[in-house]
Design a protein around this ligand. Structure first.
Ligand code: ADP
Length: 182
Protein backbone atom coordinates (compact mmCIF):
# COMPACT_ATOMS: atom_id res chain seq x y z
CA UNK A 1 0.00 0.00 0.00
CA UNK A 2 1.19 3.51 -0.77
CA UNK A 3 2.26 4.94 2.60
CA UNK A 4 0.95 8.44 1.83
CA UNK A 5 -2.56 7.03 2.21
CA UNK A 6 -1.96 6.78 5.96
CA UNK A 7 -1.94 10.58 6.17
CA UNK A 8 -5.18 11.08 4.24
CA UNK A 9 -8.53 11.22 6.03
CA UNK A 10 -12.18 11.52 5.08
CA UNK A 11 -13.94 13.60 7.74
CA UNK A 12 -17.39 15.00 8.33
CA UNK A 13 -18.01 18.47 9.72
CA UNK A 14 -17.49 22.19 9.43
CA UNK A 15 -14.14 22.98 7.80
CA UNK A 16 -13.80 26.28 9.71
CA UNK A 17 -13.25 24.35 12.95
CA UNK A 18 -10.41 22.17 11.64
CA UNK A 19 -7.05 22.46 13.36
CA UNK A 20 -4.84 22.31 10.27
CA UNK A 21 -2.25 24.65 8.82
CA UNK A 22 -4.37 25.51 5.76
CA UNK A 23 -7.99 25.18 4.80
CA UNK A 24 -9.22 25.46 1.24
CA UNK A 25 -12.12 27.76 0.41
CA UNK A 26 -14.51 26.95 -2.46
CA UNK A 27 -14.65 30.64 -3.33
CA UNK A 28 -16.16 32.56 -6.22
CA UNK A 29 -14.13 34.55 -8.73
CA UNK A 30 -14.64 37.85 -6.87
CA UNK A 31 -13.00 36.38 -3.73
CA UNK A 32 -15.27 38.70 -1.78
CA UNK A 33 -17.26 36.00 0.03
CA UNK A 34 -20.57 34.37 -0.75
CA UNK A 35 -22.79 31.58 0.51
CA UNK A 36 -22.01 28.01 1.55
CA UNK A 37 -18.53 27.20 2.75
CA UNK A 38 -17.22 30.57 1.52
CA UNK A 39 -19.70 32.44 3.73
CA UNK A 40 -18.89 30.22 6.71
CA UNK A 41 -15.15 30.83 6.29
CA UNK A 42 -15.48 34.61 6.00
CA UNK A 43 -17.80 34.69 9.02
CA UNK A 44 -15.43 32.64 11.15
CA UNK A 45 -12.21 34.34 9.97
CA UNK A 46 -13.57 37.85 10.54
CA UNK A 47 -13.58 41.11 8.52
CA UNK A 48 -9.78 41.24 8.19
CA UNK A 49 -10.08 38.39 5.69
CA UNK A 50 -12.33 40.42 3.40
CA UNK A 51 -9.84 43.27 3.53
CA UNK A 52 -7.00 41.02 2.34
CA UNK A 53 -9.25 39.42 -0.27
CA UNK A 54 -10.18 42.82 -1.73
CA UNK A 55 -6.47 43.48 -2.31
CA UNK A 56 -6.18 40.27 -4.39
CA UNK A 57 -8.53 41.58 -7.11
CA UNK A 58 -10.31 38.31 -7.78
CA UNK A 59 -9.19 34.92 -9.04
CA UNK A 60 -10.01 32.95 -12.18
CA UNK A 61 -11.90 29.69 -11.94
CA UNK A 62 -9.45 26.79 -11.60
CA UNK A 63 -6.70 29.00 -10.12
CA UNK A 64 -5.87 29.53 -6.42
CA UNK A 65 -4.70 32.35 -4.14
CA UNK A 66 -3.54 32.23 -0.53
CA UNK A 67 -4.33 34.52 2.42
CA UNK A 68 -3.87 34.49 6.15
CA UNK A 69 -6.64 32.84 8.16
CA UNK A 70 -7.09 35.50 10.89
CA UNK A 71 -9.49 34.24 13.58
CA UNK A 72 -9.43 30.62 12.43
CA UNK A 73 -7.20 28.00 14.00
CA UNK A 74 -5.62 27.51 10.59
CA UNK A 75 -2.72 29.72 9.53
CA UNK A 76 -3.66 30.03 5.86
CA UNK A 77 -6.71 29.93 3.62
CA UNK A 78 -6.25 28.83 0.01
CA UNK A 79 -9.08 30.27 -2.07
CA UNK A 80 -10.05 28.54 -5.29
CA UNK A 81 -13.12 29.29 -7.40
CA UNK A 82 -14.46 26.00 -8.73
CA UNK A 83 -16.24 25.68 -12.09
CA UNK A 84 -19.97 26.31 -12.34
CA UNK A 85 -21.40 23.04 -13.72
CA UNK A 86 -23.35 23.60 -16.93
CA UNK A 87 -23.54 20.46 -19.08
CA UNK A 88 -20.27 18.66 -18.38
CA UNK A 89 -18.95 19.65 -21.78
CA UNK A 90 -17.66 23.10 -20.94
CA UNK A 91 -14.34 22.06 -19.45
CA UNK A 92 -15.78 21.66 -15.95
CA UNK A 93 -13.77 18.52 -15.13
CA UNK A 94 -10.41 19.93 -16.14
CA UNK A 95 -11.16 23.16 -14.28
CA UNK A 96 -12.02 21.22 -11.12
CA UNK A 97 -8.81 19.22 -11.53
CA UNK A 98 -6.89 22.51 -11.83
CA UNK A 99 -8.43 23.74 -8.57
CA UNK A 100 -7.07 20.79 -6.60
CA UNK A 101 -3.72 20.87 -8.40
CA UNK A 102 -3.21 24.61 -7.90
CA UNK A 103 -4.17 24.36 -4.22
CA UNK A 104 -1.63 21.58 -3.73
CA UNK A 105 1.01 23.56 -5.61
CA UNK A 106 0.52 26.53 -3.27
CA UNK A 107 0.48 24.25 -0.23
CA UNK A 108 3.79 22.75 -1.29
CA UNK A 109 5.28 26.19 -1.97
CA UNK A 110 4.35 27.31 1.56
CA UNK A 111 5.58 24.05 3.05
CA UNK A 112 2.17 23.40 4.58
CA UNK A 113 2.12 20.29 6.76
CA UNK A 114 -1.65 19.79 7.00
CA UNK A 115 -4.49 20.86 4.72
CA UNK A 116 -8.28 20.44 4.61
CA UNK A 117 -10.33 20.46 1.40
CA UNK A 118 -14.10 20.94 1.08
CA UNK A 119 -15.97 19.30 -1.82
CA UNK A 120 -15.35 22.14 -4.28
CA UNK A 121 -18.20 22.98 -6.71
CA UNK A 122 -20.63 20.41 -5.27
CA UNK A 123 -22.94 22.95 -3.63
CA UNK A 124 -24.38 25.96 -5.43
CA UNK A 125 -22.14 25.22 -8.43
CA UNK A 126 -23.93 21.85 -8.93
CA UNK A 127 -21.02 19.62 -10.00
CA UNK A 128 -22.23 15.97 -9.79
CA UNK A 129 -20.91 14.76 -6.45
CA UNK A 130 -19.50 11.37 -7.45
CA UNK A 131 -17.60 12.75 -10.40
CA UNK A 132 -16.30 15.63 -8.30
CA UNK A 133 -15.11 13.21 -5.61
CA UNK A 134 -13.24 11.05 -8.14
CA UNK A 135 -11.51 14.12 -9.56
CA UNK A 136 -10.59 15.38 -6.06
CA UNK A 137 -9.02 12.11 -4.90
CA UNK A 138 -7.32 11.28 -8.18
CA UNK A 139 -5.78 14.74 -8.57
CA UNK A 140 -4.54 15.05 -5.00
CA UNK A 141 -3.14 11.52 -4.88
CA UNK A 142 -1.36 11.99 -8.21
CA UNK A 143 0.15 15.22 -6.92
CA UNK A 144 1.54 13.80 -3.68
CA UNK A 145 2.90 10.78 -5.48
CA UNK A 146 4.55 12.76 -8.26
CA UNK A 147 5.84 15.65 -6.15
CA UNK A 148 6.84 13.53 -3.15
CA UNK A 149 5.05 16.01 -0.92
CA UNK A 150 3.24 14.30 1.94
CA UNK A 151 1.17 16.64 4.10
CA UNK A 152 -1.67 15.38 6.27
CA UNK A 153 -4.78 15.83 4.14
CA UNK A 154 -8.41 15.98 5.25
CA UNK A 155 -11.32 15.88 2.84
CA UNK A 156 -14.04 17.53 4.90
CA UNK A 157 -17.61 16.81 3.92
CA UNK A 158 -20.54 18.72 5.25
CA UNK A 159 -23.45 16.66 3.98
CA UNK A 160 -24.09 12.92 4.51
CA UNK A 161 -24.31 12.20 0.80
CA UNK A 162 -20.85 13.57 0.03
CA UNK A 163 -19.40 11.90 3.12
CA UNK A 164 -20.62 8.46 1.99
CA UNK A 165 -19.47 9.02 -1.57
CA UNK A 166 -15.98 9.98 -0.37
CA UNK A 167 -15.77 7.06 2.08
CA UNK A 168 -16.66 4.56 -0.65
CA UNK A 169 -14.43 6.08 -3.27
CA UNK A 170 -11.48 6.30 -0.88
CA UNK A 171 -11.80 2.58 -0.06
CA UNK A 172 -11.93 1.76 -3.77
CA UNK A 173 -8.83 3.79 -4.56
CA UNK A 174 -6.97 2.24 -1.62
CA UNK A 175 -7.80 -1.25 -2.87
CA UNK A 176 -6.75 -0.38 -6.40
CA UNK A 177 -3.43 1.02 -5.23
CA UNK A 178 -2.86 -2.03 -3.06
CA UNK A 179 -3.44 -4.35 -6.00
CA UNK A 180 -1.03 -2.37 -8.16
CA UNK A 181 1.74 -2.43 -5.53
CA UNK A 182 1.39 -6.17 -4.84
P1 ADP B 1 -19.57 25.79 -4.59
O1 ADP B 1 -20.06 27.15 -5.00
O2 ADP B 1 -18.12 25.55 -4.94
O3 ADP B 1 -20.48 24.69 -5.02
P2 ADP B 1 -20.61 25.61 -1.86
O4 ADP B 1 -20.10 26.30 -0.63
O5 ADP B 1 -22.00 25.94 -2.30
O6 ADP B 1 -19.51 25.90 -2.99
O7 ADP B 1 -20.51 24.05 -1.65
C1 ADP B 1 -19.32 23.31 -1.69
C2 ADP B 1 -19.40 22.21 -0.67
O8 ADP B 1 -19.15 22.74 0.62
C3 ADP B 1 -20.80 21.55 -0.58
O9 ADP B 1 -20.63 20.15 -0.65
C4 ADP B 1 -21.32 21.99 0.79
O10 ADP B 1 -22.10 20.97 1.39
C5 ADP B 1 -20.03 22.17 1.56
N1 ADP B 1 -20.07 23.06 2.74
C6 ADP B 1 -20.92 24.05 3.05
N2 ADP B 1 -20.59 24.62 4.24
C7 ADP B 1 -19.48 23.95 4.69
C8 ADP B 1 -18.64 24.04 5.85
N3 ADP B 1 -18.86 24.94 6.80
N4 ADP B 1 -17.60 23.17 5.96
C9 ADP B 1 -17.33 22.26 4.98
N5 ADP B 1 -18.07 22.13 3.87
C10 ADP B 1 -19.14 22.96 3.72
Amino acid sequence: MKSFLEKIFIAKGDITSFDVEAIVNAANTSLLGGGGVDGAIHKAAGPELLKECISLKGCESGKAKITKAYRLMAKYIIHTPGPIYKNGKSGESSLLESCYKNCMTLAKEYNISSIAFPAISTGVYSFPKEDACKIALKTVFAFVDKEKYFPTIYFVLYDDENFLIYKNEFEKVKNELQTISE
